[in-house]
Design a binder for this molecule. Structure first.
Ligand code: SAH
Length: 294
């Protein structure tokens, strides 16, 4: 059945049919555990007729879609075969103009290393309205899963979110020596593949080898694993423990605020740490019913 047409919306693009398309929702699915979804995200999922899903989205999140909704996986993991970005953008535009209620589901937050800005631009350029539903980003929720606050005035006054992934030519390489000197917590996304290079650059920039560091992979999923150690021991620890993407690397004195650091004294072995269980989506739905929002 065709969805109802949205009221009060006018097409702003000559190619767009009348009536105007429904807004495409760029929805952050959080880092894993479906209980970390926002209520707005659940509402958008319930209204969607089509979901375009990134591959870091926990499958439990899809349980909030209607049974009749179509699901298209458009994963784009670094180094793996992926759906070209231009194709995803064309698909979103075409389906929205056909009258579908499109949800674009992204891991974490759509505007943090998620190309959400590019997708919003493409949609607006085609006359399709956009709603962004923020999600919990892995760079904040991942460290929190280790009891690690990324800011704590006893250790640091701020935090930098930075990507370790660069283009082929390395032209968009972050200024690691400057980051080494900034005195803020460094939270590195997509950093594991180039960890040796990143650590070497930070050390060359003056960050001491004894600076506390942590890695958490697959945070907020049953596969979560982690390690806390010094910057100098980071590469060997990650290799020995087999820690792999998706992972967040944290560098800075604030890592000492984690109870894992205090319990173990540094360094802390990944294998000693318990996994963080992801809650069943059914439990999340019960909670929403209890809140009267479902
Ligand atoms: N938009 C996402 C980030 C996408 S980039 C967000 O806001 O979280 C993909 C990178 O995010 C991964 O390579 C990894 O560095 C990080 N990441 C995503 N989910 C993660 C998880 N559950 N645990 C650890 N890191 C994660």
């Amino acid at each position: 059945m065709k969805p109802d047409t949205p009221s009060g919306l006018q097409a702003q693009h000559p190619a767009a049919p009348f009536p105007a398309p429904f807004p495409v929702h760029l929805v952050g699915a959080g880092p894993g555990d479906p209980e970390l979804l926002t209520l707005k995200a659940v509402k958008a999922l319930r209204q969607a007729t089509l979901a375009l899903v990134d591959d870091l989205v926990h499958p439990g999140v899809l349980k909030f879609l209607r049974r009749s909704a179509r699901v298209v996986h458009v994963g784009k993991r670094g180094g793996c075969a992926s759906t070209p970005q231009a194709f995803i953008e064309r698909l979103m535009v075409a389906e929205a103009l056909r009258g579908e209620r499109v949800v674009r589901l992204k891991g974490g937050d759509p505007y943090v290393f998620g190309r959400g800005g590019e997708e919003a631009d493409a949609l607006r350029a085609a006359g399709v309205p956009v709603v962004v539903v923020s999600g919990l980003t892995a760079g904040l929720a991942g460290p929190a899963a280790l009891g690690l606050p990324v800011t704590d005035r006893r250790h640091t006054r701020g935090v930098v979110l930075v990507t370790g992934h660069t283009g082929e030519d390395g032209a968009d390489e972050p200024d690691w020596p400057a980051l080494a000197r900034c005195g803020l917590t460094l939270v590195v996304y997509m950093g594991v593949a180039r960890l040796a290079h990143i650590v070497a650059c930070l050390q060359a920039g003056g960050l001491p080898s004894h600076t506390p560091a942590a890695v958490v992979c697959s945070a907020h999923t049953p596969q979560q694993r982690q390690a806390l150690c010094t910057l100098g021991a980071l590469c060997a620890t990650v290799q020995r423990e087999g820690l792999a993407s998706p992972a967040i690397v944290v560098v800075g004195d604030v890592v000492q605020a984690s109870p894992h650091w205090a319990v173990a004294g540094a360094p802390f072995s990944a294998s000693a740490a318990g996994a963080c269980g992801a809650s069943a989506p059914g439990a999340a739905r019960e909670l929403l019913h209890a809140l009267g929002r479902a």
